[in-house]
Design a protein around this ligand. Structure first.
Ligand SMILES: [Zn+2]
Length: 65
């Protein structure tokens, strides 16, 4: 899955883009393995979706909803 986000005011790439917690759940449940975020014209941040599962604060008991 790929994500590219632009700022409306400047037209620049939003370099800190990432999936929110709700979208992460959907992406994980869809079985997507890799989440690729465009940082600029030549660089991408490639995220292993399995890392989200390992880092999930709900599963670690740090936060509850
Ligand atoms: Zn989201």
């Amino acid at each position: 899955m790929y994500l590219v986000q632009y700022r409306v005011d400047s037209g620049e790439y939003e370099k800190g883009s990432n999936a929110c917690q709700m979208c992460r759940k959907i992406i994980i449940n869809a079985g997507i393995k890799e989440f690729v975020v465009r940082i600029d014209d030549n660089n991408y941040n490639i995220i292993n979706v399995e890392d989200w599962i390992k880092e999930d604060e709900l599963l670690q008991g740090k936060i509850t909803y």
